[in-house]
Design a protein around this ligand. Sequence first.
Ligand code: PLP
Length: 412
Amino acid sequence: MRKEDLINLTEEFGCPLYVYDAATIERQYNRLTTAFKKVDRFKVHYAVKALSNLNILKLLKGFGSGLDTVSIEEVRLGLHAGFDPKDIIYTPNGVSMEEIEQVALMGVQINIDNLSILEQFGTKHPTIPVCIRINPHVMAGGNANISVGHIDSKFGISIHQLPHLLRIIENTKMHINGIHMHTGSDILDVEVFLYAAEILFETAKNFKSLDFIDFGSGFKVPYKKGDIETDVEEFGKKLTKRFLAFEKEYGRELTLAFEPGKFLVSEAGFFLAKVNVVKQTTSTVFAGVDTGFNHLIRPMLYGSEHYIENISNPKGKERFYSVVGYICETDTFASNKRIKEITEGDILCFHNAGAYCYSMSSNYNSRVKPAEVLWLNGKGHLIRQRETFEDILRNQVEIDFVNTNTNETVNA
Ligand SMILES: *Cc1c(COP(=O)(O)O)cnc(C)c1O
């Protein structure tokens, strides 16, 4: 997207503002399907939690994507967006048996990640096919919070529990139609991923009638200049070769599935904020913007760095700034970064703001959430209104203090 278009959108819809470029999402979707074009049955399930606006879901549906969901609310969003329940996979963790049953009855593919629920579910619903989430115990992932395949992780059924897993299946006569792993976000090394895939293939041989193998996600995208990204094309070549060989060995046609979130939507997103104040201190120059970690928490939560560009002054000379939010506690987006000279009122653009940005936003400091715009065919479409003060009041229940005031304990 051009800088002028982004500036115009802030004039039309105000700041702070999330903008998503539909063409970038399409490009990423096509990159993935092209990398695996030699696999007849290849399926992408977009991970809703990355960015859950209905229009993003509908856009991806148009490309042929299914959905990966982690809550019944995400399943409902998917159904609302028009997805066939068969194209939705539900991969909850630590969710109640009741919720899992409700989702199963909607016709959604269930993915179970612990033996306790598997045994209960198989006993009650032996005819509903279930996918199982395996923990291959491979240390992958860019950050302890997003590495979910290692030994201490709460996710998945350990490969070491395979004998118990098989016994549950034998006892309940339940039908396992898929196996799954998701080893964490930000996989730096294709070889590590392929190693985990080998463990999954080995595990798959224990199940006679699988329809699919789901390799989860973990594609790394570049957040700043010089960042490594997953070489999807090379990865596609290597995994395809291995998958086709396994399919022959297995003796049955299988679907190869992925469930990327970040890879599909991260780069498509731009977060636009206005500079309220430029503040020179003894140690740095702060640029204070009209937003904070209430709207973009990744830098404070994960230490992630979003490249920040001053789109109001693209030809200016570079100076060092610390970009901070307006939340009343430490709220740092970036420290000591070269940015084109900033004047109060300038618009700063945070790149890679598509995944885990709006979807993790909150009303902390009683601030309203920003608006969202989809840039499609050269035009900006409002896809979520900026919240208003009424949204801050909504669901608050005011009790009648005047008439309860006669209560002794209140007066005491
Ligand atoms: C979060 C999640 C994903 C998506 O991960 P990305 O790093 O955004 O691609 C996929 N599968 C499961 C089960 C997840 O929890």
